[in-house]
Design a protein around this ligand. Sequence first.
Ligand code: ZN
Length: 290
Amino acid sequence: MNEDKRFYTFVFAPTAKSPLRKFNVHHRVIYMILGFAGVGLLTVGYGMYVIAQHAVVVAKLNLTQLENRRLREQNREATSKFDLLQTRLAALDTTQRKLAETSGVGRSADLNRVVGQGGPGSIEGGDLSSIEEVTDALESELRQIRVVYDKNQMKLASTPTGWPVRGYISDGYGSRRNPFGGGGYEMHSGLDIATNHGSSINATADGMVIFAGSHSGYGNIVVIDHGYGLTTRYAHMSSIEVTVGQHVARGKKIGAVGSTGRSTAPHCHYEVRLHDRPVDPFNYLSIGRS
Ligand SMILES: [Zn+2]
């Protein structure tokens, strides 16, 4: 048997003057010591690695908690904004319901369906899309109301309103005794408004002049077409200040009071016709006035 006799010899002196001491250590012992040292180092290294990893995890956790808090805060804000939006939409819906009723537009928006769902504080995707849906419906409804409103505005501007000239009514609409004597009754197709010669006569609604000139008994006359089957006539003028085809707005001066045609004194004979049939202009004098 060949025993391994390799030794390492260590020589050292405790002090400078003391005699040298030496001892032998078997090489296996040295390897064992080195081996333990190596394992120790590895263990320490691994331990440090684990500690570092832990620190990273803790840091990440802290960040996540911070982010969580921020998101919770955001969520709270969004929820309260959502509630506010629902409230504002409900107010808008109420106003618009009245508008729709007044203008005869059928309701397409139904807010109750949305507000009834989920209740305040819940911010579900479904609720948000319903809010969007209702907003769209309100918008399209508002467009329809706008169309009706514009149409009404146009009709209102085209409806004879007020007096064509300042004065007093010297003769009303309807059958009357012949003012030129000779007995008998005749149909008076308009109102006679007496005033000074030369007073200005104004259009009582927006429209287009379809006649301006002299016409037998009417003398100098202007006829304005307002659309919707409505026309007005202003007769016995001393002068005419518009021409056929001209568009006039309500209040526009179209001529002056005179006594041309079949007339006994300066006055404006004012007619309103619906589908070319005379109606009582008196009913139109006070339209739009309170
Ligand atoms: Zn008359």
